[in-house]
Design a protein around this ligand. Structure first.
Ligand code: SF4
Ligand code: SF4
Length: 140
């Protein structure tokens, strides 16, 4: 923050955090993303080929006045952030992909592999001999 533009904003950049994800390598990774997206206020996006998970949750240091309560000691990541590139000022946020719902990641996976995520698995049954498991007859 610190730009004159920020004075007209409700601190959009302090109301979420985005963490890099490993690029998905297989069904399990996509299925994990499906699970992330089953949670409220979570989204996944791809930017310049890099995958991220984003949580919409405000920083605890953000005051009711939309100003940083720890401005002098704010983390490096906050210092590096520039208003000229932020969402509010219309910087280049050309996402490669943007997922907000588990259905979207299911469709994305199916388009690429022809397979489905989340298909119910058939119960695994071991072959059993007839009568196996029954109590042996007792001698009287
Ligand atoms: S950097 Fe952008 S999003 Fe953050 S407070 Fe300033 S104008 Fe708002
Ligand atoms: S520490 Fe301050 S600048 Fe950084 S996200 Fe929190 S409120 Fe915003």
């Amino acid at each position: 923050m610190g730009s004159i533009l920020c004075e007209h904003c409700t601190a959009a950049c302090c109301r979420y955090l985005a963490i890099p994800l490993d690029k998905p390598a297989g069904a399990r990774d996509y299925d994990d993303m499906r699970w992330y997206l089953m949670h409220e206020k979570v989204l996944v996006f791809v930017e310049d080929g890099d995958w991220f998970i984003q949580f919409h949750t405000a920083c605890k240091n953000l005051g009711a006045d939309n100003l940083c309560g720890v401005y002098e000691t704010r983390p490096e990541i906050c210092r590096e952030y520039e208003a000229k590139d932020c969402d509010y000022t219309g910087g280049n946020y050309g996402y490669d992909h943007f997922f907000t719902h588990p259905k979207q990641i299911e469709e994305f996976y199916t388009e690429r592999t022809g397979k489905k995520l989340g298909a119910p698995k058939p119960p695994t049954r071991r072959p059993r001999r007839k009568g196996a498991g029954k109590a042996a007859p007792q001698k009287v």
